[in-house]
Structure formats: C-alpha cells, structure tokens
Design a protein around this ligand. Sequence first.
Ligand code: FMN
Length: 206
Amino acid sequence: MAHLLHIDSSARSTGSGSASRRLSAQYAEAWRAQNPDGTVTYRDVTADVPNLVSEHWVRGVFGPAEIHDARSHAAVSAAGELIAEVEAADVLALGVPVYNFSVPASFKAWIDQICMAGRTFSYTAQGPRGLLIGKKVVVLRSSGSDFSDPRFAPLDFHEPYIRGVLGFLGITDVEFISVNGMSEEQLAPHFEKATASIANAVGAVA
Ligand SMILES: Cc1cc2nc3c(=O)[nH]c(=O)nc-3n(C[C@H](O)[C@H](O)[C@H](O)COP(=O)(O)O)c2cc1C
C-alpha cells in the first residue's frame, strides 16, 4: 500500500494565506484521489519544531558507547522517530516556503534530524552513500520572488540545498512545484499552472 509523508513548514496557517500549505494540501488531496488505498502521515514542523542538533544528539550519534547517557539516548530516539516516518514513505510532499533565500529554520531542523550517519547515509571506501532509496519527493514551494528571473536566480539557495541534501541521503527523484507572488492576484496564475503540475506528479494525467 502506498504511503505519503506530508510535511508543512510555513510560519503562516492556511487561514492566514500560506501558499505552500495550500499547495501541499492540494498535492495531498490529489495523491489521495489517485491512491484510494494509500495512507498518509502529516507533520507540521512549525507547530511541532524538531529538536535542534544538541551536544546530546552529537554524543549519541557520533560518540562512543561509553559516553552515551539517558539524554543522548532521548535525542537519538526523537530523531529516529522522524527518520522512521521518512523510511516508511514512498512519496514525500514537502511544503517549504523560501525564507531569506533558503528554507525555514524549522525545516532545516527537520533535515538536521533526519541526516544521521549509519541510518540515512553511510560512509564507505567510495565516499558517502545515501540509504533512503526508491523514494519520490515533491517540493511544494512558495516565494515572493520569481527565481527563474535572472536577477533572483543567483540568490536561490533553497532548491539547490534541498536537492543537494536529499541527494546525499539517496533521494534523487525530486520535483519542485512552485508558486510565487505576494498577493492573491500575483499567485493566481501560478496556482493554475501548479494544479496541472500536481495532476502530472501524482500520475493523474496519462
Ligand atoms: C521571514 C520571511 C522571509 C522571506 N524571505 C523571502 C526571500 O528571501 N525570497 C523570497 O522570494 N520571498 C521571501 N519571503 C516571502 C515568502 O517566501 C512568501 O510570502 C511565501 O508565500 C511564504 O510562504 P507561505 O505563503 O506558505 O507562508 C519571505 C517571507 C518571510 C515571512
């Protein structure tokens, strides 16, 4: 049975106009329609911000067993729950706005928790190897600027960062569906295009 992990990270609620939440909800709805037997896990990393990397986490993940203690176990176990959600998913729908040319801090905190040596990537003689294989990610992105505009493109640290870190974890099937604009009027034509892209992404279009 197909499983979707749906994540949101905007500081705004849907009610106060979050475009990325609207877009990711639209994706999840289309995915459910296309996968009627599928299951969905939802996580809001802004409402429930993941732990930041702490000394306990570093000690638990990288330190020798002698220095592990209750707090390092707790930190690793909390990260492990987030990783298990990713491992269980076939598809991840990530609602991620652009904040200051990159991702929201809450989303970065989630990334920092799911990047765990020995669990989601490993070091080999040939270099690092991603262990999250066979997953598809759709990033539902909102921004004020249009990053296809050459004046803004060099400031786009959002898409290259997400592609880079997911690729490091073994996830290379990554699609971005973006809307941009600061008003409903500016956003409307992008949502129209995004609706068609979502239908394609969930396989609703032959
Ligand atoms: C803290 C903050 C930082 C932002 N930084 C950028 C930015 O660097 N580039 C940009 O194009 N838009 C930026 N924006 C605009 C948002 O990306 C845009 O309003 C987007 O729709 C926000 O996502 P949301 O609608 O899901 O809340 C920023 C907005 C906020 C609140």
